[in-house]
Design a protein around this ligand. Structure first.
Ligand SMILES: [Zn+2]
Length: 501
């Protein structure tokens, strides 16, 4: 292992240097079959069961392009405001690596299917940053190596390695930004916000399941620094396969502090790939980065060029769903939210859940209050995302309906939600099993009121004598006797009625 790197204090970094970012996101498409063969495109499975001569690169096997993957690529390009190529080809990217049995990756080089776009990204405080998209191109995924016997799961120190080609040939779209400059201290946040916006967009389009934890969305973060007042980009490093949104932000920030320390000490940044360590938030050196020439790209001779007609492109444009930011704008207007309320909704990841709860019959403010406040606290307590809580919008809507009909108080409603979260079934089941219904039967309440009055005759006399505020003690006793399941307002009415006040 290398020695722990010197780091510069972040405040000093942004005072002395301007960061330049370049983000490359790989997204696996959720097509039924792989990019160039008919093998199933499924995550996992017994190793080497989703393979055939084409994706294993056996001699004589010929590829055929997956039409649905091309369609998804064009739709992604359109959603990213890109131009769609009139004509483009695949290219061979030549390199040897055991998880790539063909010894080349079928990719696109100087003729990407989509180019010159942008994505507007909203930061935590509402500021909008436009990130330029240089290109989005089609390629295939590689297989996976499993290194056995080493401590870290990396090849270093391993006794042997196993290969699984199930992932080889899975359709990928690589989305590359233009250099992102001028972000200063907010650069790490911009990186996270960009990947978040891209994930939300791709999810809304149903082109990928965008699971960073499973690798169906992966981000490589290029970072370099230039001394303030200069305009020439510094040497960059590329931190590979950062696998959570939070890690994207941490990796960029770490690289900025590490590179600044190297530069300030008079050193040079090595152009290399780096690995991000989740555990301590640091990066470590990988291989020295190849340049494009090293890959000896040439046009793929086994595949015909792709020339999407303008009619087809325009037809695909009509299939784009309401994009996440358009939807947010609409929701804000329809629900009458302030900018701050909208931001809370977005930052807690509650927008879709609230919308779905409203569709189930709740009002926006009721639905918002449950998801943004109580349920968000529950999610934080369990350290999961809001959407991962085991409760559905329909169940939340049902709880709200029970409160509105007077069958539950707010306090009881929270208990019902706890029951649903604990796996006790639907809200009505929890009400039944836990016996949580509000006691609205007057005869049961009258009995409880009479008992409480009999137990505190002096209080009863006071009320009778006109000290109406003394009724509170009786109401309290009744609420206690009914375990809080009575409507306090109704109890108070009954108390006054029974004493004849
Ligand atoms: Zn295959």
């Amino acid at each position: 292992m290398t020695a722990v790197a010197d780091l510069m204090d972040y405040a000093e970094v942004v005072e002395r240097y301007d960061p330049v970012l370049g983000l490359e996101v790989h997204v696996e498409l959720n097509t039924n079959t792989k990019m160039f063969c008919g093998c199933p495109n499924l995550f996992g499975g017994e190793p080497n069961t989703h393979v055939c001569p084409t994706c294993l690169g056996l001699p004589g096997a010929l590829p055929v392009v997956n039409g649905t993957a091309v369609e998804s690529a064009i739709r992604i390009g359109l959603a990213l405001n890109c131009e769609i190529a009139q004509w483009c080809r695949f290219a061979r990217k030549n390199y040897f690596y055991p998880d790539m049995p063909k010894n080349f990756q079928t990719s696109q080089y100087d003729e990407p299917i989509a180019f010159d776009g942008h994505l507007d990204v909203v930061l935590d405080d509402g500021e909008v940053v436009r990130v330029g998209i240089e290109r989005a191109h089609m390629e295939e995924d590689t297989g996976k190596s499993l290194h056995v016997g080493g401590a870290t799961g990396r090849i270093h120190g391993a006794e042997h390695s196993l290969l699984d080609y199930n992932r080889a040939g899975v359709p990928l779209i690589e989305i590359v930004t233009r250099p992102i400059v001028g972000m200063g201290e907010r650069a790490p946040e911009v990186a996270r916000a960009y990947v978040t916006a891209l994930r939300d967009l791709l999810r809304a389009m149903h082109v990928s399941d965008v699971r960073m934890d499973q690798g169906s969305l992966r981000c490589d973060a290029n970072v370099s620094l230039m001394p303030k007042g200069t305009e020439e980009f510094g040497t960059r490093t590329e931190t590979k396969n950062v696998n959570s949104l939070r890690s994207v932000e941490r990796a960029v920030r770490y690289e900025m502090t590490r590179q600044a320390a190297v530069l300030a000490a008079g050193g040079d940044i090595v152009q290399e790939t780096r690995h991000f360590q989740e555990a301590d938030g640091t990066t470590s050196a990988g291989r020295v980065k190849e340049t494009a020439e090293d890959y000896r790209y040439f046009p793929e001779p086994d595949l015909v060029p792709i020339a999407p007609s303008r009619e087809w492109v325009e037809q695909l444009r009509t299939t784009l769903p309401e994009l996440p930011w358009e939807r947010r704008r609409r929701i804000q207007q329809e629900w009458g939210l302030t900018d701050e309320e909208l931001r809370d909704l977005v930052n807690t990841g509650a927008a879709d859940l609230v919308a779905a709860t409203v569709e189930e019959g709740a009002t926006p403010s009721e639905a918002r209050s449950w998801w943004v406040q109580y349920l968000n606290q529950q999610a934080s307590g369990r350290e999961v995302e809001l959407a991962a809580l085991p409760i559905t919008p329909a169940q939340v809507a049902r709880v709200i309906a029970l409160v509105n009909s007077g069958e539950l108080t707010n306090k009881l409603a929270r208990e019902v939600v706890q029951g649903v979260l604990a796996g006790e079934g639907e809200p009505d089941d929890v009400v039944e099993k836990r016996g949580l219904k509000v006691v609205s039967d007057d005869s049961a309440l009258i009995t409880a009121v009479d008992e409480a009055l009999a137990a505190q005759p002096d209080v009863a006399d006071k009320i009778r004598g006109g000290k109406v505020q003394a009724a509170g003690a009786i109401v309290g006793a009744v609420m206690k006797a009914t375990k809080g399941q009575a409507d306090a307002k109704r109890v108070r009415e009954l108390v006054l009625e029974r004493v004849g006040a």
